[in-house]
Design a protein around this ligand. Structure first.
Ligand code: DAH
Length: 345
């Protein structure tokens, strides 16, 4: 074989290799092709191995021709590889099904207690009441003493208390009533406020008890505030909350921090007063405690004016939500079960 034959042979090899290259469909086929030409036992290796047996004057030329052929094929190979890779990327892209509906992010919903709380704030703000808060960890003074329950007062037994220290000075507030004292210490008369927040009692969980729950507290203080003002505000509030058809009933009751005290019921929202399981066949649902602020409470809060009177009230938010939404187990509020919670927002 002379130089010309070799050159021709290489041209044919290159042309054929390039044509085959253009027909390869994936990187595996490409690799096979590379091994066939450039591998240890490949076509170029075998051609190079023949150089030593060639006539001396032909050796340098043969080496140059083979190298140039190798360069051409290397270039062609790199080019093809690049094309195949982008093609493969595109394919994966197009394997995605753009017609499928997207994954919707879970949206939250408002907890029924939040809903009721917002509704109550809306109603009282409309009546000019401010919204206040107080600490969940309270002292004996604010939770009991200032509310006319000195140490050993039997009324303290109305609330099973979580004490935080052995001296029983600090506790988790058993009701929102201590906010009344804090507000009267801070802002001057006349005042009208509500306070909403968590309250704690040493109760075991059952269908109507929870060791943590929420209350709303109300307080209106000014010159010559009367029981009629109390009735007007609470009847308006309850009709806004439960609808105008609801009837409101006031019964005498006892709380150490009010005198006189009242227990307020609404006609059963389920049976409209006829009597059913929800209202224990009485036709009434107890909803609020209220009364005229006891003079001792004013004294403990530092209010001394003679003609100043006031009323106060308190209610449980879970109980309001249970009545409003027809929920029969308070534990539902605390399970975090979205199937339940989603029904109200
Ligand atoms: N603090 C009372 C309770 O937890 C509820 C209450 C009753 C609050 C009468 C008041 C009130 O402000 O006047 O049972």
């Amino acid at each position: 074989m002379d130089e010309k034959d070799l050159s021709l042979k290489l041209e044919v090899i290159v042309a054929e290799a390039i044509q085959r290259l253009s027909k390869l469909n994936n990187t595996e086929e490409l690799e096979k092709w590379r091994i066939q030409y450039f591998g240890r036992k490949g076509i170029f290796a075998s051609m190079t191995s023949q150089i030593p047996s060639m006539p001396v004057e032909m050796k340098p030329q043969a080496g140059a021709l083979i190298n140039s052929a190798k360069r051409k094929l290397t270039e062609a190979f790199e080019e093809r590889k690049k094309n195949l890779l982008t093609l493969q990327d595109k394919k994966t892209e197009f394997n995605l099904n753009f017609g499928l509906p997207g994954l919707k992010p879970e949206t939250g919903s408002l907890h029924p207690v939040t809903l009721v709380s917002r509704e109550i704030v809306r109603i009282f703000q409309g009546l000019g009441f401010g919204v206040h808060t107080g600490p969940e960890i309270e002292t004996d003074f604010y939770n009991f003493e200032a509310l006319n329950m000195p140490a050993d007062h039997p009324a303290r037994d109305m609330w099973d208390t979580f004490y935080l220290d052995s001296e029983r000075k600090f506790l988790l507030r058993t009701h929102t009533s201590p906010v009344q004292i804090r507000v009267m210490e801070k802002i001057s008369v006349p005042l009208r406020i509500i306070a909403i927040g968590k309250t704690f009692r040493r109760d075991d969980f059952d269908a109507s008890h929870s060791p943590v729950f929420h209350q709303v507290e109300g307080l209106m203080v000014g010159p010559d505030i009367t029981f009629s003002n109390l009735k007007a505000v609470l009847i308006f509030f309850l009709k806004e909350l439960f609808g105008t058809r609801v009837k409101v009933n006031f019964l005498p009751s006892y709380f150490p921090f009010t005198e006189p005290s009242a227990e307020i019921s609404i006609s059963c929202v389920i049976c409209e007063g006829k009597g059913c399981q929800t209202c224990g066949f009485t036709g009434w649902l107890e909803i609020l405690g209220a009364g005229m602020v006891h003079p001792e409470v004013f004294r403990k809060s530092g209010i001394q004016q003679n003609n100043v009177t006031g009323f106060a009230f308190g209610a449980g938010l879970e109980r309001i939500a249970m009545i409003k939404y027809g929920i029969d187990d308070i534990r539902q509020f605390y399970t975090g079960d979205m199937r339940f919670l989603k029904q109200f927002g």
